[in-house]
Write a new protein. Structure first.
Length: 296
């Protein structure tokens, strides 16, 4: 249990250091620069308006910091993830507060709640996540797993409570953005002598700890560099599983239709793993649309 508090403390210190050193950064992260044409907005775009969401609020990065309520709704192929955020600052841009969201997919139901700090180029969240699977069960330990091991429904249906800390960093570099992600997860609720398929990380875990690191480079394009596509590499490790190191590679896509609406996709395939569990071992967590709203 000591590893997670130490990690959270270190990550928090890094965030506040970056915040003090980077106050001159733009109000919105690189790659999310939208025009602010003269009000009022029309129903139809004019030639100088590249991204128009009719009657959309333009206050996210321009009004003074304030208390706000915001929502982010992700819906796509066999998943729905609404999120409610309550915080102080500029929504989706520079703020501190709490997130809460139910989780629904074809694999099960769950919920997450936690603390979040977001500033330009830095996003830190810490909190617990509960998930109850519809079909996966606790698994007897093995050195290597096959898809049939994962699909075995003869045992007790799996449910877990995971405490996690995740830090995202973004840097403008050349024609795009370098993205880094690091996370630590502490999994509880698994009976002694059993292992479990972690539904968010998509890896079979011998509790309690899982580490993940991601390196990606997103090439920006579009009239305001509002879209991005590029490769990402994931490295995951389960300390209590021998030879558990997993490497995944694949593209990530984001099309910003407006400041409110994105089309998102991630297609990260497993290339090295001790297990052979098919697509269940990859990261295909996004293939859909994201909608955002915030109070003024």
């Amino acid at each position: 249990m000591r590893a997670v508090p130490l990690l959270v403390g270190s990550l928090s210190a890094a965030v506040w250091c970056l915040a003090l050193c980077g106050r001159a950064a733009a109000a919105e992260p690189a790659g999310e620069k939208f025009p602010d044409p003269k009000p009022p907005l029309g129903i139809f775009p004019t030639p100088d308006e590249a991204l128009i969401d009719p009657r959309m609020a333009r206050s996210w990065g321009t009004l003074p910091p304030r208390s706000f309520l915001a929502t982010t709704f992700d819906i796509g192929y066999l998943y729905a993830r609404p999120r409610l955020s309550l915080g102080y600052g500029r929504p989706f841009t520079e703020w501190v507060g709490v997130d809460a969201n139910p989780i629904g997919s074809q694999n099960g139901l769950g919920a997450y709640g936690g603390f979040r700090v977001e500033i330009p180029h830095v996003d830190l969240r810490v909190g617990p996540r509960y998930f109850r699977s519809f079909q996966h069960t606790y698994i007897d330990p093995k050195a290597h797993y096959r898809r049939l091991d994962l699909e075995n429904s003869s045992g007790q249906t799996a449910q877990t409570l995971t405490y996690e800390a995740e830090l995202d960093l973004t840097f403008t570099l050349g024609p795009g953005r370098l993205t880094l992600r690091g996370s630590a997860s502490y999994i509880t609720g698994v009976p002694n002598g059993k292992e479990v398929y972690e539904e968010t990380l998509h890896i079979i875990v011998a509790p309690p700890v899982v580490w993940r690191a991601r390196l990606g480079y997103m090439f920006s394009f579009g009239s305001r560099n509002q879209h991005s596509i590029g490769p990402a590499v994931d490295l995951l490790d389960v300390p209590k599983r021998d030879d558990s190191r997993t490497i995944r590679v694949g593209p990530i896509l984001r099309l910003a239709l407006s400041r409110r609406v994105d089309v998102r996709g991630s297609f990260i395939f497993t290339v090295i793993s001790p297990d052979r569990i098919g697509l269940a071992g990859g990261d295909f967590t996004e293939l859909g649309i994201r909608y955002r709203w915030a109070s003024e």
